[in-house]
Write a protein that binds this ligand. Structure first.
Ligand code: FAD
Length: 472
């Protein structure tokens, strides 16, 4: 009887424990399945990535002798039905940890059990599963530094598994033919307008491209990471976040590549900092696992009374990169055009929205969810709450980023701003982060004046925050 491997956020062949288990299962034929479930499907830019990731997986599987079967609909109905139709002995998958995904998987596991089909799940998309890193008292950590210390004390995560040499694929079962659709039929690509040109020019979804980028990063770019990672004008970070989100590469593969292959980097500050950033990804997953309500709710409940502003014009200016603050606008335009934004700039634009514009972090989180190719429920929510000051281990709300000083510090020559805000390209470095100080001859055309004064926005935010009972 065949084994069904249900692919989800693990679109790869290497270090895929569910696939390896199926292949090793006494030569049983393997049925590879992807369910496009509208309830858990990504939106916007991440949909575009999913299309490319599925095509790459289909081609990689086909080279190994297997077929990727794609179906569309409610996974809780489809997976048990397809298992019955295929007379499958087992359905296997790699675990996910977000609230919606867990609920779906629990329901499906119960339904399969009732039908007499075995279900087995494996750890693959994090280095440390949420329940494995605990305080001495057995509780979950709430502070990253303590979580990271405990995680490091557990040693390196297990080494990644190799891709199977060959997959004994099974033909499409009769009952499946009516359900299976082509990847194009999922409608993941934009039709009109085609907003994905910048994405196509920037990214190559799929396992092969992710592995190549990982190799390039650990060999060529990891040196200098500890300091250069904060500079959006330099190509200093791994750019692996979308590949990690869709599982073209696993965090264990990234970890071991950094530890073993990083030429001379092992044990350096660059190396330690990179591993610690990778740790943040797991920590975000574990926070959401412990408190699923964080998806929508402030961890610090005093923020429930925050008088967030609802101003459609200011929100549009932020979304379109027309706030009048060059580093904010550069970041928002980089996001719109490429589906990605540098981490330092994500912090700056999030601070600007939640503090200078006094808008709810959930509004910004929603915009990021639609526009990021790496949009990830745990990383997005946890980081937004961190910047907004209402999260578990958060920056205090009163620490308001000054976008001019941030720009001068982290984009000192203005190279990043010049790239994304061409109206300002002619300005010297001394003026590029504060174009309103230019004389009439230099003044940029078509670039807006600041939509809020720096002091005015800061004072308004701090006064709103001081009005909250329990604000500290
Ligand atoms: P690198 O610096 O090369 O880091 C390596 C990997 O570590 C990343 O690919 C990522 O998986 C992980 N990582 C690094 N920093 C963080 C972090 N702060 N939190 C969690 N994981 C981290 N990241 C997402 O993957 N999806 C999101 O939806 C997302 N939303 C964010 C929203 C805000 C407001 C902020 C401030 C940050 C957000 N991040 C998110 C985290 C971070 O900005 C990106 O992971 C990072 O910029 C990706 O670039 P990179 O792969 O070159 O990172």
């Amino acid at each position: 009887a065949p084994v069904i491997v249900w692919f989800r956020d693990d679109l790869r062949l290497a270090d895929h424990p569910a696939l390896s288990h199926a292949v090793a299962s006494s030569g049983a034929p393997v049925l590879c399945l992807f369910v496009h479930d509208p309830r858990t499907a990504p939106s916007g830019a991440a949909q575009w990535w999913l299309h490319g990731g599925l095509c790459a997986l289909r081609d990689d599987l086909s080279r190994m002798g297997a077929t990727l079967h794609v179906v569309r609909g409610d996974a809780t109905v489809l997976v048990p039905r397809l298992a019955q139709q295929a007379h499958a002995a087992q359905v296997v998958w790699n675990r996910r940890y977000d609230p919606q995904g867990r609920e779906t998987d629990t329901t499906i596991k119960a339904a399969l059990k009732q039908d007499g089909v075995a279900a087995r799940s494996f750890a693959a998309s994090v280095m440390h599963e949420p329940w494995t890193v605990r305080t001495r008292a057995g509780d979950a950590f709430r502070v990253y530094t303590a979580w990271w210390r405990a995680a490091r004390a557990m040693g390196d995560p297990p080494p990644p598994l190799p891709a199977p040499g060959q997959i004994a694929g099974a033909g499409t079962p009769d009952g499946w033919r009516a359900e299976c659709v082509g990847i194009d039929a999922l409608g993941l690509l934009p039709v009109a307008p085609d907003w994905a040109a910048g994405l196509r020019a920037t990214w190559h979804p799929g396992e092969a491209a992710a592995r190549a980028r990982l190799h390039e990063f650990v060999h060529d770019d990891m040196a200098g990471y500890a300091t250069a990672r904060d500079r959006p004008d330099l190509p200093a970070t791994s750019l692996l976040s979308p590949a990690l989100h869709f599982g073209h590469v696993s965090p264990r593969q990234v970890w071991h590549a950094a530890v073993c292959d990083g030429d001379g980097a092992a044990g350096t500050e660059d190396h330690a900092k990179f591993l610690a950033e990778l740790g943040w990804r797991d920590f975000a997953v574990s926070l959401l696992y412990e408190q699923p309500e964080l998806v929508r709710s402030n961890f610090r409940t005093e923020f429930d009374a925050m008088p967030w502003r609802d101003d459609a014009r200011d929100l549009r200016a932020w979304q379109q990169g027309r706030t009048g603050y060059p580093i904010v606008d550069a970041g928002m335009r980089q996001l719109w055009q490429t589906g990605w934004m540098h981490n330092r700039v994500r912090m700056i634009v999030a601070s600007f929205l939640t503090k200078h514009l006094l808008m709810d972090w959930r509004v910004g989180e929603g915009w990021f969810r639609d526009t990021l190719v790496d949009a990830d429920i745990a990383s997005n929510v946890v980081n937004w709450q961190w910047v907004a000051g209402c999260g578990v281990d958060a920056a205090p709300y009163f620490r308001v980023f000054n976008p001019v000083l941030q720009g001068k510090k982290f984009d000192p020559d203005g190279t990043y701003v010049r790239r994304w805000v061409p109206e300002l390209a002619h300005l010297p470095a001394s003026r590029i982060h504060c174009p309103w100080t230019c004389g009439p001859a230099e003044a940029p055309r078509g670039y807006p004046a600041p939509i809020v004064g720096l002091d005015e926005g800061r004072a308004r935010a701090l006064s709103a925050w001081r009005g909250l009972s329990g604000a500290t």
